[in-house]
Design a protein around this ligand. Structure first.
Ligand code: SAH
Length: 470
C-alpha cells in the first residue's frame, strides 16, 4: 500500500495553499468545504480566489512563498505553476512535519487527494496513487450513479438509532444482520424519499419486536423506450435490488439483463388484446408479493404514467396500504423524437405537443379531432400502428392538410429503430410497404420535416431514415 487512506478532520485547522491560480482555487474550495482556516499565499489571486478573500472566507497572504508561512500548520498544498517552488514547499513542510500535497506530483507529496463521492456523513474516496487520476475519476463517476443522493440522509438516520440498536442487539452478528435489512430495504427508501416519520415508527417497531419482518414494497418503474443507456439511476439501482420483477412485452431483453440475476421474473404480457394476465390480476399479484415481504419491481416500458396504466396499478396498492414508489421513465415520444431528429416543439412550427392513443376503446376511436387538427401543434400517437390508415384519414377529414408531414418511428432508441417519413396522405402506405409494426409511434406535424436534417442515430443499416420523395 503506497498511500494509507484516512479521512482528516480539518474544521478550523490552519491550512495553506501556495499559489493563486485556477488549480489553487480548486484546492482552496475543497479545504473550505471541510471548514479549514485557510490562508492562500500568492502575490496575485485569480478573480474567484480574490472574491473568497474579500468575503472573508480565506486570508490572502499577498507575497511570494517563504518557509515561515508553514509554521504551525496542519496541512499545506503547493499549487503554483513553478515546479521548483512547489518542491521547496514540500521539503520545508516535511521538515516541519506538516502534511503536504504537491499538485500533480505524487512523488513529492506526503498525501494525495482522492476523487470523492460526498454523501456526508457518508464519504467514498477513490485514488490511483496519483498515477492515473483519470481512472479514479471515471470510477468515481460510476459510483456516483450507484449511490443515491439521499444516502447522506440515510446515514444520519442510521446514526440516530445506533445506541438503541446496540442495546437491543449486543451480539455483533445479530446487529449487522439487523442493519443490513434496515438499510437496504424499503425502510431505507422511506428515509430517502423524505418520509422520516414513518421510517422512525417502523424502525422503533423493528427494534421492539423480536423477529423483525421485512415490509415489502412495490416500485413502479419506467424503463424508458428500450435503450438501456436511457434508464434513470434510480431505475437501475432498483433493478439491481429487486426480489421479483413483473414485466411486459415492451420491456426490451437488454433491459431485463440488468435485473439482479437471482430475482424472480414474471411475464405479465400486454400485447394489445392479448393480455397474458388481466389488469386486475396484475394489480392483485403486486399486492400479494409485497405482502410476502418482497421488493417488487413493476417494470414498464417508457414512463409508467404515460399510457402505462400505472395509475390503476398503484391505486390498488394505495387502497391496500402497501408501500409504493413511482419512478418516471423517458416516454417513447421523447425517445423517438430525440433519436429520429424530430423536435416535438419548435419556435417556427409547433408551440404545443399532444400525446394521444390510437388504440380503439370498444372499436371506436374517441379523440377530440377538433383540438388535434389545430395548426402549429405536434401530435404523437401511441398504439396507432393498426389504425394508422384511419388515423391519418381522420386528421385530413377534420381539416389538416393531406400534405402535412407525418412519420412513424418503430422501436425508437434501440438498434432496431426505423423511421419512415411522409405525409398524412402517404404515411399509411409507407408503413405498410416497410412493414412497420408495433411498437411504433406516429408523429404528425411540420416538425417531421426536420428529421431530414437532424436525424443522427443510425445504429444499424435498418435504422436509416426513409423519406418519401414526391
Ligand atoms: N408507457 C409507455 C407507453 C405504453 S403504450 C411510454 O411512456 O412510452 C405502448 C405504445 O408505446 C406502443 O404501442 C408504441 O406506440 C409506444 N412505444 C413504446 N415503446 C416504443 C418504442 N421504443 N418505439 C416506438 N414506440 C414505442
Amino acid at each position: 500500500m503506497e498511500f494509507f487512506p484516512i479521512f482528516l478532520k480539518l474544521r478550523q485547522q490552519p491550512c495553506l495553499v501556495v499559489g493563486g491560480g485556477e488549480v489553487a482555487l480548486r484546492k482552496a474550495r475543497l479545504l473550505l468545504a471541510a471548514g479549514a482556516a485557510l490562508k492562500v499565499a500568492a502575490p496575485e489571486l485569480a478573480p474567484e480566489l480574490a472574491e473568497l478573500a474579500a468575503a472573508g472566507e480565506l486570508e490572502h497572504l499577498p507575497r511570494r512563498y517563504e518557509p515561515a508561512m508553514l509554521d504551525g500548520l496542519r496541512l499545506a498544498v503547493a499549487a503554483t505553476d513553478d515546479a521548483d517552488t512547489n518542491r521547496r514547499v514540500a521539503a520545508d513542510a516535511e521538515a516541519r512535519g506538516v502534511l503536504v500535497n504537491v499538485v500533480d506530483d505524487a512523488e513529492s507529496s506526503r498525501y494525495i487527494s482522492p476523487a470523492v463521492i460526498d454523501r456526508s456523513p457518508l464519504m467514498v474516496a477513490v485514488a490511483s496513487g496519483g498515477s492515473v487520476p483519470v481512472l479514479a475519476r471515471s470510477i468515481r463517476a460510476r459510483l456516483e450513479s450507484l449511490i443515491p443522493a439521499g444516502y447522506g440522509r440515510l446515514a444520519r438516520f442510521g446514526a440516530s438509532f445506533r445506541d438503541a440498536v446496540k442495546a437491543r442487539f449486543p451480539d455483533v452478528d445479530a446487529r449487522r444482520r439487523f442493519w443490513e435489512t434496515a438499510l437496504e430495504g424499503p425502510l431505507a427508501d422511506m428515509v430517502m424519499n423524505g418520509d422520516e416519520e414513518a421510517a422512525r415508527a417502523e424502525m422503533a417497531r423493528r427494534i421492539a419486536t423480536d423477529a423483525p419482518d421485512r415490509a415489502g414494497a412495490v416500485y413502479l418503474v419506467g424503463a424508458g423506450p428500450g435503450n438501456p443507456d436511457l434508464l434513470t439511476f434510480r431505475a437501475l439501482r432498483l433493478m439491481q435490488q429487486a426480489d421479483v420483477v413483473l414485466y411486459d412485452k415492451l420491456v426490451a431483453p437488454e433491459l431485463l439483463q440488468l435485473v439482479r440475476r437471482d430475482a424472480e421474473r414474471i411475464y405479465v404480457g400486454k400485447a394489445r388484446a392479448n393480455h397474458a394476465l388481466p389488469q386486475d390480476d396484475i394489480n392483485q399479484l403486486l399486492v400479494d408479493l409485497a405482502r410476502q415481504g418482497k421488493r417488487v419491481l413493476r417494470l414498464k416500458g417508457g414512463d409508467p404514467f404515460t399510457f402505462g396504466r400505472g395509475g390503476e396499478e398503484i391505486a390498488t396498492l394505495a387502497e391496500q396500504g402497501i408501500a409504493f414508489e413511482v419512478v418516471p421513465g423517458i416516454t417513447s415520444a421523447s425517445g423517438a423524437a430525440a433519436y429520429a431528429g424530430i423536435p416535438l416543439t419548435h419556435r417556427d412550427y409547433a408551440q404545443s405537443v399532444t400525446f394521444v392513443t390510437g388504440h380503439k376503446q370498444d372499436g371506436s376511436m374517441d379523440l377530440d379531432w377538433q383540438a388535434l387538427t389545430r395548426p402549429q401543434q405536434t401530435v404523437v400517437v401511441y398504439m396507432g400502428v393498426s389504425t394508422a390508415a384511419e388515423l391519418c384519414q381522420a386528421f385530413v377529414d377534420n381539416g389538416r392538410a393531406a400534405a402535412t408531414p407525418a412519420a412513424a418511428v418503430e422501436w425508437a432508441t434501440t438498434d432496431r429503430q426505423r423511421t419512415v417519413c411522409g405525409t398524412l396522405a402517404t404515411l399509411p402506405g409507407l408503413m405498410a410497404s416497410h412493414g412497420i409494426a408495433s411498437p411504433a409511434l406516429i408523429i404528425v406535424g411540420e416538425v417531421v420535416e426536420l428529421a431530414d436534417k437532424l436525424a443522427w442515430y443510425r445504429r444499424s443499416e435498418n435504422s436509416a431514415v426513409t423519406i418519401q420523395e414526391d
